[in-house]
Design a protein around this ligand. Structure first.
Ligand code: UDP
Length: 422
């Protein structure tokens, strides 16, 4: 994987690395077990793929297990995901029963052992029901904006959350009032990963040639799973408005995520919509297309992220890190990254997105300034080293693994900010 801690020093300074070493030493002897729902596809897998090896390099015993389930199970968890984002979707009694059954099956299969269980998102949330048997401390890491959930879905989730020692949310605005300790930790990107490292112009050109994307006109790109909440059809509509005044191309690049069964249906719909416009390039990328995504983002005159709902939106940070002007919806964690008129442009509609894209195409100097400021904003707030530091602190404050188990007899805690960015 080629991680070396010192490779981060040019971006964050040696003292940040020394601090990580210091914190990691305090976790010596702890076995930390992460569980999520997919090894590839989506932001959670993206972060864990980078964070777990970095922890190993620091001497922290962190392991990462992935929950397995059938397509019906992942349909249930996608419904749950959408409902927690506020969509009006109902969880039937059968769906709830399937959810709990798959959770039990995975617990039996995985035979987890550890001192601290770090459970990501709703899919494996019910694992906490085994905490009396497994012991250890339990932290739920929620990557979703659950501030306005559909009530039924929230009522189903809440009893599980209450069994954790702490819950981590990405931003104050995502959290809920809960009688468990809450921490606020923004996600991050890895500046030395294949997805975000510097690429020479020749490498960028080579990738575009491989993907058969002409470089005759400015390129506008959205990189996202094919998901209705990423609004790929809205992106096409905005592009068609821009095309009335500018010669340009649109790339919609996405890939599969094993926990998202809606992907192929959304891809079909997008392909159907795009087929009458040859300037629209719909790319279904295989897993681990990090170099291709890196090059596509770098080749773009504007990167768009027109989500209807969003968690943090790592693709925004990735584009900003590459000094790209970003046009993005003011939803989820995007406004933390895009400060309107400073590190990109926030939009709220198809017409607004079209206007903002046109503004960037028309004023390249302004667009370049937004991009440069965006990179600095990401450097200061959303790099992996800051994220890991806050996780290590969260693990330490969860208490020693040798502590006696305490269920929630402490008074309610308000969300506690852990990051300067928020
Ligand atoms: N991604 C990828 N291949 C794709 C589409 C997305 O590797 O075809 C990556 C993208 O670069 C980003 C992550 O998946 O790192 C998506 O994270 P984000 O927070 O933007 O959205 P999520 O999918 O988690 O909702």
């Amino acid at each position: 994987m080629g991680h070396t801690l010192n490779a981060y020093a040019p971006f964050v300074g040696h003292s940040a690395i020394d601090e990580l070493r210091l914190l990691a030493d305090r976790l010596h002897g702890w076995a930390i077990r992460c569980v999520n729902a997919t090894r590839v596809g989506g932001g959670v897998a993206e972060i864990l793929t980078r964070m777990v090896p970095l922890c190993h390099e620091l001497g922290v015993d962190m392991r990462w297990d992935v929950l397995e389930g059938s397509e019906p199970f992942f349909r249930v968890t996608k419904t749950m995901h959408n409902a927690l984002h506020g969509q009006q979707e109902a969880l039937t009694p059968d769906a709830r029963e399937l959810f709990l059954r798959v959770s039990e099956e995975n617990l039996a299969r995985l035979q987890l052992e550890g001192d601290l269980f770090f459970i990501h998102d709703p899919q494996p949330i019910a694992f906490v029901q085994s905490r009396r048997k497994l012991g250890g401390k339990w932290i739920w890491r929620c990557h979703i904006d659950v501030s306005r959930p559909q009530q039924g879905a929230w009522d189903f989730m809440r009893p599980f959350i209450l069994q954790y020692d702490a819950a981590i949310f990405s931003a104050p605005a995502f959290a809920q009032v809960l009688p468990v300790r809450q921490l606020l930790i923004a996600p991050s990107i890895d500046p030395v990963s294949e997805k975000n490292r510097e690429l020479a112009p020749g490498e960028v050109a080579e990738v575009l040639r491989e993907l058969q994307i002409p470089t005759d006109w400015p390129i506008i790109t959205q990189v996202s799973r094919f998901d209705y909440l990423k609004d790929p059809i809205g992106v096409i509509d905005a592009f068609r408005l821009v095309r009335r005044s500018f010669k340009c191309r649109l790339i919609l690049a996405g890939g599969p995520a094993s926990d998202d069964p809606e992907g192929s249906e959304v891809l079909r719909r997008v392909q159907e919509e795009a087929k009458r416009t040859p300037e629209i390039h719909v790319l279904m990328l295989p897993p681990n297309s990090d170099r291709a995504i890196n090059a596509l983002q770098r080749a773009s005159s504007v990167v768009i992220q027109k989500s209807l709902r969003e968690g943090f939106g790592l693709t925004v940070a990735e584009a900003l890190w590459k000094s790209r002007p970003v046009v993005a919806s003011a939803v989820g964690g995007i406004p933390l990254q895009v400060k309107h008129g400073y590190s990109g442009l926030l939009v709220r509609s198809v017409e607004g997105a079209a206007r903002a894209i046109a503004e960037c195409l028309q004023q390249p100097e302004y667009a370049a300034k937004l991009g440069a400021q965006g990179r600095e904003h990401v450097r200061q707030n959303f790099l992996l080293t800051r994220h890991l530091r806050e996780y290590l602190l969260a693990f330490l404050t969860a208490g020693s693994p040798k502590d006696v188990l305490e269920f929630h007899d402490q008074p309610p805690h308000q969300p506690r900010a852990c990051t300067t960015a928020l």
